[in-house]
Design a binder for this molecule. Structure first.
Ligand code: C2O
Ligand code: CU
Length: 480
C-alpha cells in the first residue's frame, strides 16, 4: 500500500488472506488418527546429521545384534544399526544423500540402493562398482536422489544369507509437488526369517539344492521386523501403505476381508491413474503404494493376511493364509475424502529402432546345480552391451517351473502390453511366461547387474551384467 491507496493486487491479496483465515465454510476440524496410532508399527528412522536442508547425512553401521522375534527368545540377527529393518532414510527429490557406512559384520558386504538411478560407482555391486567392504572397513556412499518413490537398500554380497538374516531397510524420496493427501502414511517392510525353535537363524543353505531351486522362504513373517504388529486407525480415514517386499523369496499377496486396495504407485513412484486391486501382489524386491480405507465399528480388529500366490510348483500347496498385521479401529467412522487425482503423465518410451535383447532364465540341474541366464551362470556370462542414449527391448522368458522376480539395477523400464503404464525396476516373469521390457539408458555409463530377486536364485547364478558404454545412442532419442 502506498499513500493509503489500495492497489488492485493488494485488494486481491487481502481477499485471499481473509478467506484463508476464516475458512471456506464453518466445517469441523478434519478427522484425525488416534494419538500414537502408528507407534507400534512404524520403522526406526535415521537421524540427519547435516543441518543443510538439501543434504541427508547419516551414519550407518552393519552389525550383529540381538532382536526378539519369538516371544521370550533372542535371535542374533544381521542388522543395520541394531534394528530390523534398518533405519528409514527419507529425503526429497534432488537431495544429496551421504551415508558414512561401517561394516562391523564378520563378513564383507556392500549396500545396493534398490531402484535409485544413481551413478554406477555408488550402486554397491561388488567387483564391478566397488570392492566388497571388508569387516572393520568403512565406505561413504554419496549420491543425489533423482526420483520420488518408495525404495530400499540391502547388501549385494551373499545376498540370500545377508538379506535373509536381517539386512534391509526402506528409503523414501518425497516430491513436494505431489499431492500429499492420499492418506495417513505407513511404511511397511515385509519380510520373513527362517528360525529354529530355539530362536537361532537357520543356515542359509538348509535343505540343499532343492530348497535353492524353490527359493527358501522363512517360517516367521515380519512387518517392519515385528510379528503381527498392530496399527490403530480411525474407520473411514484413508491409509497410504508404502509396501516394500524385502523377503528373499516370498511373494506377498495381501488380503483384508471385506476390503479392497487402490494402488497409486509402484517401483518408480506414482502411477498416472489409480488401479483397484482386491488382492495386491508384491514380488520380492518390488514396491507398492496402496491406499486402504479401513471400515468398521469402533473397537473392531481387522487383520491383513498373507495369501499364497502361485509362483510355480508347490508354492500354494497346503499354505493357509497367515496374519501379517492388525488394524484396531478406534473412534466413530469418519467421512472418507475423495482420492486426490493422480496428475502424473508417463510418456511411453519409443521402441522403434530399439536393440533387441533376448534373456532366458535357465536351469542347469547338473552338479553343482547352476541357474543361469541364457544357459550361463553369472560367473561365466558375458555382459549385455549397450551405450548411453540407446533404447533396448528385452524379451525375458522363463523356462523353469517357478516364477522369477526379474530386477534391473540403475534404470527403470516399461513393461510392454500392460496398463496403466508405469516405471518399474522389478517385474514378475511367470512360469512358462515372457515379459517384454523397454529401457533407455540415460547418461550413467558403467556395469549394472540384472538378476532374479529370489536371492537363492541370484546367488546360484541367475544374474547377468549390462555394460553401458559411453557414447551416443541413436539419433532422435533424448534422455528421460
Ligand atoms: Cu534389490 Cu541386485 O537388487
Ligand atoms: Cu528366480
Amino acid at each position: 500500500m502506498v499513500d493509503g491507496k489500495l492497489t488492485r493486487s493488494t485488494i486481491l491479496g487481502l481477499i485471499v488472506l481473509a478467506c484463508s483465515a476464516c475458512g471456506a465454510e464453518p466445517s469441523e476440524p478434519r478427522a484425525r488418527q488416534p494419538e500414537g496410532w502408528d507407534e507400534e508399527i512404524a520403522p526406526a528412522r535415521a537421524v540427519d546429521l547435516d543441518p543443510e536442508p538439501n543434504v541427508l547425512r547419516v551414519e550407518l553401521e552393519a552389525k550383529l545384534a540381538e532382536v526378539e522375534w519369538l516371544p521370550g527368545t533372542k535371535t542374533e540377527a544381521w542388522t543395520y544399526d541394531g534394528t530390523v529393518p534398518g533405519p528409514l532414510l527419507r529425503a526429497q527429490v534432488g537431495d544429496r544423500v551421504i551415508v558414512d557406512f561401517t561394516n562391523n559384520l564378520p563378513d564383507p558386504t556392500t549396500i545396493h540402493w534398490h531402484g535409485l538411478r544413481i551413478p554406477a560407482a555408488m550402486d554397491g555391486a561388488p567387483g564391478h562398482s566397488q570392492p566388497a567392504i571388508q569387516p572393520g572397513a568403512t565406505f561413504t556412499y554419496d549420491f543425489v536422489v533423482p526420483d520420488a518413490g518408495t525404495f530400499w537398500y540391502h547388501p549385494h554380497v551373499a545376498s540370500a544369507a545377508q538379506v535373509g538374516d536381517g539386512l534391509y531397510a526402506p528409503l523414501i524420496v518425497d516430491d513436494p509437488a505431489e499431492p500429499a493427501a492420499f492418506g495417513d502414511e505407513v511404511v511397511l517392510v515385509l519380510s520373513d526369517v527362517a528360525l529354529a525353535p530355539d530362536g537361532r537363524l537357520e543356515p542359509p543353505d538348509a535343505s540343499g539344492d532343492l530348497a535353492t531351486v524353490f527359493g527358501r522362504e522363512g517360517n516367521v513373517l515380519l512387518v517392519n521386523g515385528k510379528v503381527r504388529p498392530t496399527l490403530r486407525a480411525r474407520p473411514g480415514l484413508p491409509l497410504r501403505l508404502r509396501v516394500v517386499n524385502a523377503a528373499k523369496s516370498r511373494y506377498y499377496q495381501l488380503t483384508l476381508p471385506g476390503h479392497g486396495f487402490t494402488r497409486i504407485g509402484g517401483d518408480g513412484g506414482l502411477l498416472s491413474e489409480p488401479i483397484g486391486e482386491p488382492l495386491p501382489v508384491v514380488i520380492p524386491g518390488e514396491r507398492a503404494d496402496l491406499v486402504l480405507v479401513p471400515q468398521g465399528r469402533d473397537g473392531e480388529l481387522l487383520t491383513v493376511w498373507w495369501h499364497a500366490y502361485d509362483r510355480g510348483f508347490g508354492s500354494t500347496f497346503n499354505r493357509p493364509d497367515e496374519p501379517l498385521f492388525d488394524i484396531r479401529l478406534e473412534g466413530e467412522p469418519a467421512p472418507t475424502p475423495a482420492l486426490p487425482e493422480l496428475t502424473r503423465t508417463i510418456e511411453p518410451l519409443d521402441g522403434a529402432g530399439a536393440t533387441l535383447v533376448d534373456i532366458k532364465l535357465t536351469l542347469d540341474s547338473g552338479t553343482p546345480l547352476a541357474l543361469g541366464i541364457n544357459g550361463q551362470p553369472s560367473w561365466e556370462s558375458e555382459p549385455v552391451q549397450a551405450r548411453v542414449g540407446e533404447t533396448q527391448l528385452w524379451t525375458v522368458s522363463n523356462t523353469m517351473d517357478w516364477a522369477h522376480p526379474f530386477h534391473l539395477h540403475g534404470f527403470f523400464f516399461q513393461v510392454l502390453d500392460r496398463v496403466p503404464l508405469e516405471w518399474k525396476d522389478t517385474v514378475d516373469v511367470p512360469v512358462n511366461g515372457t515379459v517384454r521390457l523397454l529401457a533407455r539408458y540415460d547418461d550413467r555409463p558403467g556395469m549394472w547387474m540384472f538378476h532374479c530377486h529370489i536371492l537363492d536364485h541370484a546367488d546360484a547364478g541367475m544374474m547377468g551384467m549390462l555394460q553401458v558404454g559411453p557414447g551416443t545412442g541413436q539419433a532422435g532419442h533424448t534422455e528421460h
